[in-house]
Design a protein around this ligand. Sequence first.
Ligand SMILES: CC(C)(COP(=O)(O)OP(=O)(O)OC[C@H]1O[C@@H](n2cnc3c(N)ncnc32)[C@H](O)[C@@H]1OP(=O)(O)O)[C@@H](O)C(=O)NCCC(=O)NCCS
Length: 214
Amino acid sequence: MSVLSRVGPQQEHTIVLSVGPAPACDSDLVEPPIGPRTVLTTDRLRIRDWVPADGDTVLEIYGRVEVVKWLGDGDPVPCQTPEQAQAWIQRWRGRDDPPLGYWAIEVTEPGPLAGRVVGSVLLVPLPNGDGEVEIGWSLHPDAWGHGFASEAGRAVLARGFDGGLPEIHAVTHLTNELSMAVCRRIGMTHRGVVEKWYALPSQHFVVTRDQWDG
Ligand SMILES: CC(C)(COP(=O)(O)OP(=O)(O)OC[C@H]1O[C@@H](n2cnc3c(N)ncnc32)[C@H](O)[C@@H]1OP(=O)(O)O)[C@@H](O)C(=O)NCCC(=O)NCCS
């Protein structure tokens, strides 16, 4: 089944729903663009919505203990089945509330990772907070060491500040040195250890709109 739109001088605004194979020789028939919505682009990345077709990618990234052990509280909970992957994707899609959201990071630069979704970047309310917003990131290990988290993080900070947020927080596990390095690299300031928002003590970073130099 396909949904085709016909736009011509005689037929503006006419939408034709066609069930069955599309006619082979009708040049007026234009297949509407499909694919995930792009939220941001950077020099090397596309930040886009997660979509159901990303299920295998979610399993590949979030089925790994070395990734999920740094996310949330308590024991690591890897994503283990296609059904769980779809549930995760639906939950992330449900976070869309501009300028907030939970997005996929796709590599656009040429090279071995070109075209691959390598992880997530997010801007969401902190749990158990008073409206404070946190930024976060997670990548497949194949994509560590390329600067992708920092590049995506900077773009998402800009989106948050352009969208009116006064400050943006980041919260990491106490020993998550790689994530703390991302925070520092993108201009966030360490505020010490906090014992709020999450059940376990966490490292707390923040940047205000006034401090941020883009
Ligand atoms: C946290 C995490 C995203 C950090 O990934 P990362 O690759 O170290 O961070 P960046 O993407 O910013 O990359 C920085 C590294 O890329 C290197 N790099 C290579 N090419 C680069 C480029 N063109 N531009 C910038 N940096 C580049 C930097 O030198 C740096 O390496 P170094 O630490 O050896 O100096 C990753 O470890 C991860 O996904 N961990 C599991 C999930 C997690 O912990 N999430 C955070 C929860 S709070």
